[in-house]
Design a protein around this ligand. Sequence first.
Ligand SMILES: CC(C)(COP(=O)(O)OP(=O)(O)OC[C@H]1O[C@@H](n2cnc3c(N)ncnc32)[C@H](O)[C@@H]1OP(=O)(O)O)[C@@H](O)C(=O)NCCC(=O)NCCS
Length: 195
Amino acid sequence: MNLPEFRSVAYSQTTLTELMIPAYANFGGKIHGGILLSLMDKVAYTCSAKHAGNYCVTVNVDGVNFLQPVEVGELVSLMASVNYVGRTSIVVGIKVIAENVKTGTVKHTNTSYFTMVAKDETNKPTQVPGLVLENREETRRFLEAIKRKEIKSLFQEEFDNAKTNLTVEQELSKLAGERCRMAYAQSPITTPTVI
Ligand SMILES: CC(C)(COP(=O)(O)OP(=O)(O)OC[C@H]1O[C@@H](n2cnc3c(N)ncnc32)[C@H](O)[C@@H]1OP(=O)(O)O)[C@@H](O)C(=O)NCCC(=O)NCCS
């Protein structure tokens, strides 16, 4: 199939609605987080593959915080749309709501961002169509995705540095007030010799 150079957000916008059945519940009677994650992955795939015109794989998931429990019997709807496209990657924003059909109450359970990458027949990342931004909201989401990418990259750099420089003995004071206890003999702090 010949891919167009650009596609609109509306072209691939997808809503998946599923009834929460008892088999999806945990021992506490609420819906397993993994069930919702799986549905989110499914809708992210559908939306990204439609935009890409190709098979896509999940590369990264941001912002998965389950804000409210979902109950058996509720109707969960996952609304997905392309927020951003790179060369081969697509960021799909997914808003999840749960509706109690009897009371009409609607809960917003989470909004997450799935980064998907399009693959060609040889399983290599392949270019995706650009995105036509048709209104201010779509432009805002695209810009927000750029910001998220920039901040993540700064965070990753800083965290990698912090990990590299972390010395257990020198950070021990941070354990004060934490709910842990050390059950092994500690080695004395050694100061590196400067030559
Ligand atoms: C993701 C994957 C395609 C990257 O392959 P690669 O050879 O490193 O390709 P590239 O470096 O060209 O990256 C491809 C795109 O992925 C993006 N990417 C790679 N890692 C990423 C990450 N951690 N977060 C966000 N985007 C990422 C790159 O920015 C690039 O986007 P762009 O083309 O829009 O600029 C490859 O690692 C892969 O296939 N992973 C397995 C995915 C999978 O199977 N998922 C299912 C879950 S098991």
